[in-house]
Structures are given as structure tokens and as C-alpha cells.
Write a protein that binds this ligand. Structure first.
Ligand SMILES: Cc1cc2nc3c(=O)[nH]c(=O)nc-3n(C[C@H](O)[C@H](O)[C@H](O)COP(=O)(O)OP(=O)(O)OC[C@H]3O[C@@H](n4cnc5c(N)ncnc54)[C@H](O)[C@@H]3O)c2cc1C
Length: 167
């Protein structure tokens, strides 16, 4: 007989855990207190309109690709991704706004026009963010979570000062 596992909640984490447990052969029951699934990423429908309750940015696309690949699928089997151009606009007042393009080189130009020298700072921030992201994905995120020592790797040790300085 299949072992039954109850998962509380239906956000991304619960749904992902449910899929992996089900793949391992467990019978999974998802218990959600709200009327619809999705947690903070659920939708709200009213008067013919659909509102996204939470996420605006499709962050970490590689994580979604890896998740679906674990089940022999890809994101495009379930949803269509369309890059927005421009990416977004920030309004400081009715006639005062800044348009952020979907292309990184154009974003550097926009920053430089706003404030001289800022493009170089943005480039440097992007480079360090990429480095941190790569370390997080390769050395931290997919560890099984059995021991804190899993998080100690030659690369994470070099970044220790970042954690200490933000605590
Ligand atoms: C306004 C906003 C903007 C955001 N923007 C982005 C973005 O642009 N990009 C991005 O990647 N992320 C964004 N996020 C974050 C993202 O939505 C969340 O990180 C993600 O949805 C969290 O998923 P989760 O499964 O960890 O938790 P949740 O989605 O919070 O799921 C928890 C679930 O558990 C249920 N639950 C709790 N207690 C019980 C109980 N006792 N019984 C039954 N059910 C229970 C809750 O109802 C909920 O459905 C945003 C979030 C918000 C709120």
C-alpha cells in the first residue's frame, strides 16, 4: 500500500514537494486553507479580470527548467514566456518616469543618462550578483539539507565575510 503524505499549503514549495513525493511513489494529499491553489503566487479573478497576487518578475528561470526537467517536461509545456519590451517603467510622478529596457546594454545607457558613472557601478553589481548566484545555485540551493556542513565548500568559505557583515 502507498504511504500517504499530507502537505499543508499549496504554494510553490508545497506543490514542488508534492510532485517529488508523488514521483517517489507516495500518495500525496495537498491541504490548502484558501479557495485557490498557488499561495502567494495565486491569481485573483473578479469582474472578468485576472490579477496576479504576488510575483511580477520571472526570477531564476533555470530553477523552473530544472524542476520540469526532473519530470521529463519543460516550462513551455505548461506556459508561454514572453519577454516584455520595455521591461517596466518606474513612475516618480505623473510626468516623471524612467523606462527600463529588456536589454542590459540599454539599461546601462539609461543609468548613465540618469547619473554619470552609475553604469560602471551597475556593471560591477551585476558581475558580483552573477558570481553569488552561481555559487548559491551550485554550492547551496540543491544540497539535501541534512547537515549544515553541506554548505561549507571552497567557494562558500571565500564568501563568509558577506554573511558575517550582514548579520
Ligand atoms: C506582492 C508580492 C510580489 C512578489 N514578487 C515576486 C516576483 O516578482 N518574483 C518572484 O520570484 N517572487 C515574488 N514574490 C515571492 C513569491 O510569490 C513567493 O516567494 C512564493 O510564492 C512563496 O511560495 P511558498 O510555497 O514558499 O509559500 P506560499 O506561497 O506563501 O505558500 C504557503 C501556502 O500555505 C497555505 N497555508 C498556510 N498555513 C496553512 C494551514 N494551516 N492550512 C492550510 N494551508 C495553509 C497558504 O494559504 C499558502 O497557500 C512575491 C510575493 C509577493 C507577496
Amino acid at each position: 500500500m502507498k504511504k500517504k503524505i499530507y502537505i499543508i499549503g499549496s504554494g510553490f514549495s508545497a506543490l514542488a514537494a508534492s510532485c517529488y513525493l508523488s514521483k517517489e511513489g507516495f500518495e500525496v494529499v495537498v491541504l490548502e486553507k484558501n479557495a485557490t491553489l498557488g499561495g502567494r503566487a495565486r491569481q485573483y479573478k473578479k469582474d472578468g479580470f485576472t490579477f496576479d497576487i504576488g510575483p511580477t518578475w520571472y526570477w531564476m528561470p533555470d530553477v523552473f527548467e530544472r524542476f520540469f526537467a526532473d519530470f521529463g517536461k519543460k516550462p513551455s509545456d505548461f506556459y508561454l514566456l514572453e519577454k516584455l519590451k520595455p521591461a517596466y517603467q518606474v513612475y516618480f510622478g505623473i510626468k516623471d518616469s524612467i523606462t527600463i529596457d529588456g536589454n542590459l546594454d540599454k539599461i546601462y545607457d539609461t543609468f548613465e543618462k540618469e547619473e554619470k558613472g552609475s553604469a560602471a557601478h551597475l556593471r560591477s553589481f551585476m558581475a558580483s550578483a552573477k558570481l553569488n548566484y552561481d555559487i548559491a545555485i551550485k554550492d547551496l540551493v540543491y544540497k539535501p539539507g541534512i547537515s549544515p556542513l553541506e554548505l561549507v565548500t571552497p567557494k562558500t568559505v571565500t564568501k563568509l565575510n558577506q554573511f558575517v557583515s550582514t548579520i
